[in-house]
Design a binder for this molecule. Structure first.
Ligand code: PLP
Length: 407
């Protein structure tokens, strides 16, 4: 008899976005013709930068000629892209990451989800609350948790991000082996300072732990004192992996390209305490289960680092940051405590009421869709996440409508 992986039965249904969609359709059916403005889901709205499109087209044409056609590429990614990343994203900021420590992939979602495969099932895991759900669900699937009760899985150490710690958790009192961190944060929009990140790196070094640092929103950082990479912290290359993505950086959500950094000096241990290279393990996993990102997409990603590409990416992120600043300013003026929105596309608003009640009120009274914070974890109760991914006109209209609805 074929049996299922019963850990899947512990998963909570992905209630958040389906419930939002259900409520939005019900509202639409009741108010046909009413324009709804969506500031909920975190998807980009602006097209790929021109430099990326040009490189993309050129590479597609190369695939049409017998002289320049390419078949299977290296699973880890083409050197032209890995070299650019090592130079521009790391060495230029004083972090010594080599090209062959970079693994190109089709998404930070897949990488942050798949990476747990190379760690022991009995690893003690620390996960932020609220959280990007992939970290948690993939560990549930792998059997690293107990049952779900009262909004939490047994066996997980939750790193609470609340007003009390300004949404940046400190290392836990209890020992953990694997730590997920994400800055700038989804959903809170919080950022971490170098001293705060150093405390985590020190903790990992002292406890033979490993940090998985998700920097998918790094491009939104405008405060130069904030770390863009965990490798700006001395010693991090021995205790941290980093995940990056072109999704939000350069509008690649539909094009798919990301990367993971696994430094060669980063080690984990066998049951009897022998050191093993995570680079070798991840290389084995990646080359066995992944075929690599398509050549034209990697050429498009490479163009992000050209002079034109850099300027266009910056302009596009600036566009969203104007929205973010407006949302934060106006929600604050309405008397709501907000964080995020300055170095992040997300604004985390304390609604001072149930998240879903606040969501319903914004939908009913203003026709604006946000994301209820409760969907990201117990600490998200009472909050909503507003996303800056939309055009200026829609964001301005949404804000006007919210002001009218709340006054
Ligand atoms: N990490 C975080 C924190 C995210 O919010 C997202 C997307 O929303 C991702 C990773 C996924 O990125 P990608 O599109 O590269 O899979």
């Amino acid at each position: 008899m074929i049996k299922i992986n019963e850990h899947y039965l512990k998963l909570q249904s992905s209630y958040l976005f389906s419930e939002i969609a259900k409520r939005v359709s019900a509202f639409q059916a009741a108010h046909p013709g009413r324009k709804i403005i969506k500031l909920g889901i975190g998807d980009v709205t602006r097209p790929l930068p021109e430099a990326c499109i040009e490189a993309f087209h050129k590479a597609v044409d190369e695939m049409a000629s017998i002289r320049t056609f390419r078949g299977y590429g290296p699973e880890q990614g083409y050197d032209f892209l890995r070299e650019k990343i090592a130079e521009e994203d790391f060495r230029a900021r004083g972090a010594t990451i080599a090209a062959d420590e970079i693994f190109i992939s089709d998404g930070a979602k897949c990488d942050t989800g798949n990476i747990q495969e190379i760690f022991a099932v009995d690893s003690r895991i620390a996960i932020p609350d609220p959280v990007y759900p992939v970290y948690l669900d993939t560990n549930v699937m792998a059997g690293r948790t107990g049952a779900f009760a009262d909004g939490r899985y047994d066996g997980i150490v939750y790193l609470e991000s609340t007003r009390a710690n300004a949404f940046v958790p400190e290392p836990p009192e209890v020992p953990v082996d694997l730590i997920y961190l994400c800055f700038p944060n989804n959903p809170t929009g919080a950022t971490i300072t170098k001293p705060q990140l150093r405390a985590w790196v020190d903790y990992a070094r002292e406890n033979q732990a490993l940090i998985l640092f998700d920097a998918a929103y790094e491009a939104f950082l405008r405060d130069d004192s904030l770390p863009r990479s965990i490798y700006e912290i001395e010693g991090a290359e021995e205790v941290a992996l980093e995940f990056r993505s072109y999704s939000k950086t350069a509008g690649f959500t539909g094009t798919r390209c990301a990367y993971t950094v696994v430094p060669k000096s980063c080690m984990a241990y066998t049951a009897n305490g022998e050191k093993r290279s995570l680079h070798a393990l991840w290389n084995r996993r990646h080359t066995t289960k992944f075929n690599g990102v398509s050549y034209p997409v990697q050429r498009a990603a490479e163009a992000v680092y050209s002079k034109e590409g850099k300027a266009q990416v910056r302009a596009s992120i600036d566009y969203y940051l104007v929205n973010a600043a407006l949302i934060r300013k106006e929600m604050t003026a309405l008397g709501y405590e907000c964080i995020g929105g300055d170095n992040s596309p997300y604004i985390w608003v304390d609604g001072r009421t149930d998240s879903w009640a606040f969501f319903d009120m914004l939908l009913e009274k203003a026709g604006v869709v946000c994301t209820p914070g409760a969907g990201f974890g117990r600490c998200g109760k009472g909050y909503i996440r507003i996303s800056a991914f939309n055009n200026h006109e829609n964001v301005e209209e949404a804000i006007e409508r919210i002001k009218q609805a709340l006054s």
